[in-house]
Each structure stands twice: as structure tokens, then as C-alpha cells.
Ligand binder design. Structure first.
Ligand code: HEM
Length: 497
């Protein structure tokens, strides 16, 4: 499960033929991806219609919350009744619990837990590992754009836009644009296409690849360059897991909401500062660092959580107790109290229920998550890194990156400004540059971005009636591009997004 040679260093292969030689998506034009996505939808039109409506409702809620926050309103409204204050924009508790609708098949022959075999790929993401172990992703650990979207939307209630964005990044940066596959762990062979090197500068590396998707200050994995980690950014470390349990007050009672978004944020903050203190090459990129690792903490509280009926009101009650957390992270407590981790055996308990379909966790929820995280601990919004020794963290200023258009204080006051900033930092600005390090024929890759990533993220820029999204001033004196800003950090090696 170790990172092998990154794409960029394999750039010695001969430049190759035209797009017309490629059999799958490339060269098919508009119809290619739209057709694939439509195929996934047509298999379950009712589900997708509802998921789309729910995503749209979340987006509307985001606009309303943004307007309130701009006027000085709270990011999350505090509740006095003991229920979660930090919830998705559409609170799962605003629905009645519906057992039939929220039950996910985890026990049939097709979807029961089966431990991975010796040739199956597993990686650092517990959510993806367990989806493969339950047969919602190919059990081999190599999946596709549409299977990945379908699985996380249906099993976990991930918002459609977010699902599309997560999968599109994985295909583009860790997978194979020719057949739209990607791996949930390390490198994989291109299945029978043979032509992968005609398009890519090397074999797809999978999501283990450090500094692309996978980043530092993870929940329970060490940093790739952390002294003593031996470049292991994939396996769970029990001492970090125990710290998470301590953040939850070491409460092992069943049915209690221990690992709330507040607890996960506290843990994220601690992990971030630990990386500054322990890893001379700590680096926090815009996408893999800021977005992915901050979102991943929240994913635990939102998606590993179980859902049940409130005994008094019948409303949906979302909670994450130790029992469900342990299954999700593949940890067991032995009779003598000792914790044991079995790599790759992540699962959902047969009693686990999905959140209500009307309450997705979407891209807009990630923006609010980041804004809240930045208010609690401003470090968490910093793109930057250590300078080669511990405790030397320097962040790149939002003003520098945007050519004076944004500043950090403003980003913390306006979710729409933050989403506009993130869109430009991670899509418009970075992707065209970074695609050139991976792809020989950049047109095909950028075409893919235009059809998958841009529509999903692009919504964040807003539309009629929204605060206008101001473009970075790339001509401003002293302005630093995101890609150039990365270069001054020694731990940014290979960083693409
Ligand atoms: C296409 C979808 C997804 C992709 C490509 C993806 C990718 C990743 C990657 C690369 C990491 C490592 C990040 C790091 O360095 O910390 C990660 C971590 C994580 N992911 Fe995912 N993920 C996806 C969906 C999900 C879902 C649906 C869940 C929840 C059910 C989830 C939960 C997590 C958690 C909790 C971690 C942190 C693990 C740790 O640090 O110990 N992910 N994911």
C-alpha cells in the first residue's frame, strides 16, 4: 500500500497518437459522460429525481444561510434540546425516521461484508474500503466514475454534486480517463486498454498517492513524510484512534451521540497542530489538505453515524456511538480491553441505517464546514506548510493568491465568497496547470473537467440573485498563483490540487 513513482516522474514515455485512437470517453464528445451518467440515473430514475431535488434544496438553504451569516447571523444555530447543533444545511432531524426508506442492504449475498482477498486493493478511506467490502464498489477496489457516484449517493446519502466532484477528481488525478476507472488505494493495471500511456504520462496511482487527494493531518493516519511513519499514509494508527476516543470522552455506551461534528472538529484542530509540531514537511494544499481532510472529519459524524427514530417524536435521530465508529474504522475491542485494528476490514453493522434522502450532505455543506472550522481555529483555513523543520508553518495569504480580491476575514464572513474563492483556487486556477503534468493530451482532460467538475463546483459560484463571484486579479503586482505558492514548501512535492 505504499506510494510508488508519481505520474510526473514517469514523463519519459513517448508522446503518442491522436484522441481518435482512444476507445472510451475520449473523443466521444458531449455524449460520452452525459450518456454514462444518464445510464446510472435511468437504472433508478425515482431515486435520482429525489436526490437531485434534495441537492437543489440544500443549495437554496445555503443561499439563505449565507445571507444570514453576512448579516452577522450564526453559522449553526445552537440548540437547547441536546440534539446536534451542527447539522447538514437540511437537518436530518427535520424528517420522520422511515425505516423502509433508510434501510440499506448489507446482508444479501451481493452486499454482505466479505473481507478483501490478497489481490483486492484497499486504501486510506474507510468509507470507500467498506463500500468495496459490501460490494457497492467493485470488490477488487478498482471502480468507475458512475459506480462511485451511485454507491456513495445511495449508501450514505452524499449529495449528488459532491459525489460527482469527489469521483471526477479521483478519475482525473488518480485514475484513467480512458475508461473512467480509478482505484481506492494504490496503483492498478489498466484493464485491457493498453492505450493508457497514449494519454497519461504514467500508470494511474490510485488515491494513496500523497499530496493529490491524500494529505497530511488525517484523522487516524500519519503524515507521509512524518519522521517514523516510513511513508505510511494509509494504515490506521491506534494511538491516534485512542486520541479520538478520548476527544469523545471515552464514552463506549451504545446509542449515544458521542462523535458529533463538534468533537470531530476539535480532533481535526488537534491533528493539524500535531502535524505542524511533528512533521517538518507538513503541507496543507487547497484541495487535498483544506477541503478533503477537513471534510473527512465531518464525514465521520455524518456518514458513519447511525439513524433511528426518536422514541418520543418519531423524528430522525442521527448519532454516532463507539460501536458504529469501530465497525467503520475496522477496530475491535477485545475482552481484555485491548484495541485491535484489522487493515481493510471496514464495514457497516447490519443494524446501520442511512440518513434521510431529503437531507443530503453536499458541497455547500463542505463550504459551511470550512467556514465554521476557520472561525473556531483559523489555522484550518490556511493553505501552506512547514519550511523543512517543525513548527515553521507559513500560510499563503488569500490576498496574495487572489491578487487582492479576497482576504481571510472576508472569507470567514461570507460563505458565498468562500465558495467562490475555493472554486477558483481548486478548479479554474489549478486544474489547467496541473493537468499538464499528468496528461499528454490536455484537451481531453480539460474536456472532462468541463463536463464533470465544473458543473458540480460551478454552482458554488452562484447565479442570478447571488452575491457576484469576483475573479482573481491575475495581473495584480506581486500576485502569486496557487501552483507557484505551493513550490516554496518542501513538503509540497507532487502536489497537484
Ligand atoms: C469518491 C469518493 C471518495 C474519495 C475519492 C475519497 C478519498 C479519500 C482519501 C484520498 C482519503 C485520505 C485523505 C487523508 O489523507 O486524510 C480519505 C479519507 C477519508 N475518507 Fe474518503 N473518499 C471518498 C468518499 C468518502 C465517504 C463517502 C466517506 C464516508 C462514508 C469517507 C470518509 C473518509 C474518512 C473518515 C477519511 C479519513 C480517514 C483517516 O484519516 O483516518 N470518504 N478519503
Amino acid at each position: 500500500m505504499k506510494l510508488s513513482t508519481p505520474f510526473a516522474t514517469l514523463a519519459t514515455l513517448a508522446l503518442a497518437g491522436s484522441a481518435a485512437a482512444f476507445p472510451a470517453f475520449v473523443g466521444k464528445g458531449e455524449a460520452g459522460i452525459a450518456e454514462l451518467l444518464a445510464r446510472a440515473e435511468s437504472a433508478d430514475p425515482e431515486f435520482y429525481a429525489r436526490a437531485k431535488a434534495a441537492d437543489e434544496a440544500a443549495f437554496q438553504a445555503f443561499r439563505e444561510r449565507s445571507a444570514e451569516i453576512r448579516k452577522g447571523g450564526e453559522v449553526y444555530k445552537k440548540r437547547a434540546d441536546g440534539k446536534r447543533s451542527i447539522t447538514a444545511l437540511i437537518d436530518p432531524a427535520s424528517f420522520k425516521f422511515n425505516d423502509a426508506e433508510q434501510t440499506v442492504d448489507l446482508t444479501s449475498d451481493e452486499h454482505k461484508f466479505i473481507a478483501p482477498g490478497p489481490n483486492d486493493i484497499r486504501g486510506p478511506c474507510p468509507g470507500l474500503n467498506l463500500l468495496a467490502n459490501h460490494g457497492y464498489l467493485d470488490r477488487s477496489g478498482v471502480t468507475t466514475l458512475t459506480q462511485g457516484i451511485d454507491a456513495i449517493v445511495k449508501v450514505f446519502g452524499v449529495g449528488l454534486d459532491l459525489a460527482a466532484a469527489l469521483n471526477a477528481y479521483a478519475v482525473l488525478f488518480n485514475g484513467n480517463l480512458l475508461d473512467l476507472t480509478w482505484s481506492i488505494g494504490g496503483p492498478y493495471g489498466s484493464k485491457g486498454l493498453g492505450g493508457v500511456t497514449n494519454l497519461l504520462f504514467g500508470q494511474p496511482q490510485g488515491i494513496n498517492a500523497h499530496n493529490i487527494y491524500e494529505g497530511d493531518a488525517s484523522i487516524v493516519r500519519q503524515d507521509y513524510y512524518e519522521p517514523g511513519a516510513n511513508n505510511d499514509n494509509v494504515l490506521l494508527k491506534l494511538d491516534l484512534f485512542k486520541e479520538l476516543l478520548a476527544d469523545g470522552g471515552n464514552n463506549s455506551a451504545d446509542g449515544v451521540d458521542v462523535f458529533t461534528p463538534e468533537v470531530m472538529l476539535k480532533h481535526k484542530s488537534r491533528r493539524w497542530h500535531q502535524s505542524v509540531e511533528r512533521n517538518p514537511l507538513f503541507f496543507n494544499s487547497a484541495f487535498g489538505g483544506l477541503v478533503v481532510t477537513t471534510a473527512a472529519e465531518r464525514f465521520v459524524a455524518e456518514f458513519a453515524a447511525n439513524n433511528t427514530a426518536d422514541p418520543e417524536t418519531g423524528a430522525n435521530r442521527i448519532y454516532l456511538d463507539e460501536k458504529n465508529l469501530f465497525a467503520f474504522f475496522s477496530v475491535e475491542r477485545k475482552a481484555d480491553g485491548e484495541l485491535v485494528y484489522t487493515p481493510g476490514h471496514e464495514r457497516l453493522l447490519p443494524s446501520w441505517k442511512r440518513r434521510p434522502l431529503g437531507s443530503p450532505f453536499s458541497l455547500v455543506d463542505i463550504v459551511i464546514t470550512l467556514l465554521n472550522a476557520g472561525r473556531i481555529d483559523p489555522s484550518l483555513l490556511s493553505v501552506g506548510g512547514n519550511a523543512g523543520k517543525v513548527n515553521s508553518f507559513a500560510g499563503v495569504d488569500a490576498g496574495n493568491l487572489s491578487g487582492g480580491v479576497f482576504n481571510t476575514a472576508q472569507l470567514l464572513e461570507d460563505p458565498q465568497a468562500l465558495s467562490c474563492f475555493l472554486y477558483q483556487a481548486t478548479v479554474t486556477e489549478l486544474i489547467p496547470t496541473q493537468v499538464q503534468t499528468l496528461y499528454k493530451i490536455t484537451g481531453a482532460a480539460l474536456d472532462f473537467v468541463g463536463k464533470t467538475l465544473a458543473p458540480a463546483w460551478g454552482k458554488l459560484k452562484g447565479g442570478d440573485g447571488d452575491e457576484p463571484c469576483q475573479s482573481f486579479n491575475t495581473n495584480a503586482a506581486g500576485r502569486v498563483s496557487v501552483a507557484d505558492a505551493y513550490k516554496k514548501f518542501p513538503g509540497s512535492k507532487g502536489a497537484l490540487v
